[in-house]
Ligand binder design. Structure first.
Ligand code: ADP
Ligand code: MG
Length: 406
């Protein structure tokens, strides 16, 4: 079977971690699988070829690089990783070839910096696989119809991996990273967070959209549409990590069947805006949201009542939002430094009492809820940023997430 393996920045950052990468490649190859290996840029901000280091370099040089050339520069980090891995494999006598995203057949639109994949032509990859080669692909990048190099935005290598997996109808896409899988919460916030053996595409998509950075939501959507299973697992262990698959398989196979809550996610740096309106019919609500939309400010946590409009924007957009609202002559109250905490579970639909348990847990911890909202699969609460970690910890305990069986 064809396996797509994706290795993130920390998995490639030094010689020791690259030895772990080689171990996973050798193991799957020994099993007789054909491998496509997608790589990110090596390391994190500060390390020479990391994407954030390249971005800092651009900023330090006056941000004078046009978008097209910026993508040319940003695409280099992954090329260095791909060439490095190719040389390591060749040194071991394992035949390998390294390709740019474009050479691997990844076609994108021309939105430099956040291009979307519009198609994948897997013909060249399949030829190399037929020849018995390991195909290494630079992640996070593609090429337009006219041959321009583009990058895919944050988490783009995850998207490269699942898009290739979908095009090649891979048996599995393995996302190797620096944690043991998808955890019940970000381990940097909740030390008791536990790896989940299995989650549905929808659940991880929800977690990812609500801030869990472990995999990019667009990558999950592509895998879901193509029905390709994904595994998120650690580069540094032999654990099998978290299997991401269809909700019905999760229900059938998961030992942990009756879970209303799967995990928690968080987003910091949110500003709450409260716009007061006169009683009675008016078009203020409409004008507020139209002003935000036409100025490209995305809004969240929307709450419309006869007395006013309450919503959130990211801190970076708050200044502009306030200026627009002020210009419309509206009375606005703003509160910056808020955090959105999300409680996510495919099984919470129709389950009574989840909200009550959330309120109970946060009240017991002395944490005020500034706003809340809910859907079939997620309950969101807005809290002050300094309450975020205690809120995550209180909710993690309240839903028994530290008891998830591995
Ligand atoms: P990579 O470079 O391998 O792509 P990322 O930093 O993008 O790695 O993603 C892995 C990180 O995601 C982890 O180190 C962890 O801190 C963070 N993370 C956030 N939420 C979760 C979660 N629910 N489960 C696992 N990791 C999470
Ligand atoms: Mg990542």
């Amino acid at each position: 079977m064809i396996i797509v393996q994706k290795f993130g920045g920390t998995s490639l950052s030094d010689d020791c971690s690259r030895q772990h990468v080689l171990r996973h490649i050798r193991r799957e190859r020994a099993e007789g699988h054909r491998l496509v290996v997608v790589v990110s840029a090596m390391g994190r901000r500060g390390e020479p070829y990391a994407t954030d280091t390249l971005l800092d370099w651009i900023a330090d040089n006056g941000n004078s690089l046009p978008d097209r050339e910026k993508d040319l520069l940003l695409s280099c980090g992954e090329l260095i990783s791909a060439a490095t891995l190719c040389s390591l494999l060749n040194r071991e006598g394992i035949p390998a070839v390294a390709l740019t995203g474009g050479q691997a057949g990844i076609r994108t639109d021309a939105r430099f910096g956040s291009a979307r994949i519009v198609g994948v032509n897997g013909a060249r990859l399949l030829e190399y696989l037929e020849e018995g080669k390991i195909v290494i692909v630079a992640g996070f990048q593609g090429m337009t119809e006219t041959g321009e190099i583009t990058t895919l935005g944050r988490g783009g290598s995850d998207t490269s991996a699942t898009a290739l997996g979908a095009a090649l109808q891979a048996g599995i896409v393995d996302i190797y990273t620096d944690v043991d899988g998808i955890l019940t919460a970000d381990p940097r916030m909740v030390s008791e967070a536990r790896p989940l053996p299995m989650v549905s595409y929808e659940e991880i998509c929800n977690m990812a959209y609500n801030g869990a950075k472990v995999i990019h939501p667009r990558a999950v959507e592509i895998a879901m549409r193509a029905a390709v299973p994904v595994r998120v697992r650690s580069t540094f262990s032999e654990g099998t990590g978290t299997l991401v698959t269809r909700a019905d398989s999760v229900r059938r196979q998961s030992g942990w069947t009756d879970r209303p809550v799967t995990g928690l996610a968080h987003v910091k740096g949110v500003t709450q805006l409260a716009v007061a309106t006169e009683e009675g019919p008016s078009d203020v609500q409409l004008r507020v949201f139209r002003a935000m939309a036409t100025n490209g400010i995305s809004v969240d946590f929307i709450n419309v009542t006869p007395a006013g409009v309450l919503y959130t924007v990211i801190d970076q957009d708050a200044g502009e939002a306030l200026k627009l609202l002020g210009g419309m002559g509206l009375a606005v109250r703003s509160r910056s430094g808020c955090a959105k905490v999300s409680v996510i579970g495919g099984g919470m639909n129709g389950e009574p009492g989840i909200m009550a348990r959330i309120v109970e847990a946060l009240t017991a911890a002395g944490i005020p809820i500034l706003q809340s909202a809910d859907s079939n699969t997620t309950i969101w609460v807005l809290v002050s940023e300094e309450d975020m970690v205690p809120a995550l910890q209180a909710l993690h305990a309240a839903f028994g997430l530290h008891l998830v069986p591995s």
